[in-house]
Write a protein that binds this ligand. Structure first.
Ligand SMILES: [Zn+2]
Length: 267
């Protein structure tokens, strides 16, 4: 942000920005080489639209103002055994988490979504089919968001308040549409990189990088994890489950309070 803001007119720095943009996009994972190449052309626009801590396209919940508060957030479920294993661990530690669910899976697993909610967790919208919203028409964006709201409301009988854009991708009209549908956008500020085959130890080490950064900056940690996968129900996320247990076992005695992201709304 600062880099771009102070150097718009300077070609060399702009080129550096674009390389940084590309690197950031690749860090976000799940983005193809074609998308990355498009990023070189679009430059700063994509930076603002994809980098999770960028606020240029409108406010989104990041991490609150208390470094001893952590939010465990799980995307891409509901996902049968992994979601159930998480529910068991979270209940054992008496901790509430946030689940950003995919609408088409919700429609197939209403009962599991009800169990998530009944255990006191927050359920948020993560679109119907997990597209990069940055590249979709406004009509498709609305369809993705409204469809998921309807699926969750059908399962739970209550309004959905929070939305996490797949891949963190957004643009002004995505956030506007989300707000029109009653949704507050939520991003993250620490990543487990757990969407690819990995181990609980590696996931915790990845999260710790973000946690250290957040502590130094005096803010809470919004931890991005996955209980499912966009490709379909049934993917193995046992490493994410193991990482969750390690974090809870380590951080609760340290005085960390685990919150759901709605506690940071307005902070
Ligand atoms: Zn996702």
């Amino acid at each position: 942000m600062v880099l771009i803001g102070h150097s718009m007119g300077h070609l060399c720095v702009v080129i550096i920005c674009r390389v940084v943009t590309l690197k950031l996009m690749l860090m976000l994972g799940e983005i193809s080489a074609v998308t990355a190449a498009a990023g070189l052309a679009a430059g700063g626009y994509l930076y603002a639209g994809m980098w999770p801590t960028s606020q240029i396209f409108g406010r989104a919940i990041l991490g609150g103002g208390d470094p001893s508060e952590f939010a465990l957030t799980y995307d891409d479920g509901p996902n049968d055994a992994c979601t159930e294993a998480l529910l068991e661990i979270l209940s054992r530690y008496d901790v509430r988490a946030t689940f950003f669910v995919i609408g088409r899976f919700v429609a197939q697993r209403k009962e599991l979504v009800r169990r998530i909610r009944a255990a006191g967790h927050l359920v948020g919208n993560h679109t119907m089919t997990h597209p990069v919203l940055l590249f979709q028409s406004p009509a498709r964006v609305r369809e993705e968001l409204a469809g998921t709201n309807a699926a969750i409301e059908d399962a739970l009988g209550e309004k959905v308040r929070y939305f996490r854009p797949p891949h963190g991708a957004r643009r002004p009209d995505v956030l506007r549409t989300a707000r029109e549908l009653g949704l507050t956008p939520v991003l993250w500020n620490a990543m487990g990189y757990d969407w690819k085959p990995t181990t609980g130890e590696v996931i915790v080490a990845n999260l710790d990088k973000g946690i250290r950064r957040n502590r130094a900056a005096g803010r809470g940690s919004n931890l991005l994890l996955h209980d499912g996968g966009q490709a379909g129900i049934g993917q193995d996320r046992s490493a994410s489950v193991a990482a969750t247990e390690t974090l809870l076992r380590r951080e609760i005695p340290n005085g960390v309070r685990f919150v759901t992201v709605d506690e940071w709304n307005g902070s």
